[in-house]
Design a protein around this ligand. Sequence first.
Ligand code: PLP
Length: 387
Amino acid sequence: MDRVYFDWNATAPLRPQASAAVTAALGIPGNPSSVHGEGRAARRVVEAAREQVAGLVGADPALVTFTSGGTEANMLALTPMVETPGEKQPRDRLFVSAIEHPSVRAGGRFSAAATDELPVLPSGVVDLARLAAKLKTSKRPLVSIMLANNETGVVQPISEVAQIVHEAGGILHVDAVQGPGRIAVNIGVLGADLVSLSAHKIGGPKGVGALVRRSADLHLTDPMLKGGGQERGLRAGTENVAGIAGFGAAAKAAAAGLADEPARMRRLRDLVESRLKAASPDIVIFGEGAERLPNTTLFAVPGAKAETVVIAFDLEGVAVSSGAACSSGKVQPSHVLAAMGVDSALAAGAVRISLGWTTSEADIESLIGAWIKLSESLGKGQRGLAA
Ligand code: PLP
């Protein structure tokens, strides 16, 4: 059976350009810190990738720090030890939105007592009035709000957030992991001070990411990994040259794909939603009223259980994801839907479909065919019992 993949927000398949770049880089014997020819060849690969990643978000390449992924980029950013020319004192409070990825909700290197949560509206958009009010409780806030939510795809009004944060003397970190390749991401336009990226969401390899600074005036004075001084002292350890090369190639391809991939994904995603609505009139699509990524749909039908739906899809050869986070084998209710005020019984049925650049209309037909088949059995079995 041919399988169809609808879990691009969890990870995107490797782009061929990234695969080629990884393979080529694996053949380079040198350490990028070495001065000989082999070392310089490895250095050239790392610096070319740095330019490609910087290009994806309109940043200065010198302000891109490679990490082991989005999680590490978030951890590196969320520290009290951020200095600007006007403020050398540590940040006194961290504010994170209630819908952040767990790697942000964990609070980085702030204590739980110094971390505060920002509510979102039922649409899934951060409550800007509450943000402005909460920032008054801090002298030197650090704020972390994601560009686009991995479960709902809801896009946050980051440039407005940046204005509010900066007026309050704050620094803004944006977890932009789900954005590039799907929407235009420019660090200057966003007004974010720090931006986290991850290679595997844009068709690069897993296990590599970056933290990008908007200005050289912002200093992270207590990096997590200290040692050999790599990455301008911000992240010690010999660089993951092959992973970085793949990240660079994926960034270049994602930037080029912006011309047509988002519009294609949006057309197919809208087709998914109209077909789902036709098949299941009682379906709820979360965040539908807000601006969303063009590739994401999070939906539920009342009475269905997400685990059952995901397994049933899998048996039909369709890979989708439950909207709820799965940790230690136990499906937890989604903190994102809870923050949006969604009833927990409905949230327990949330299923995410996320598309990418190779998704075809035939894939959508397979998805909808599988849904019609399994929703009939849900109607007879699980849904009937729950009703
Ligand atoms: N932030 C968001 C919004 C994500 O969706 C993810 C990936 O699931 C991460 C951070 C973590 O990225 P990584 O898997 O590269 O550590």
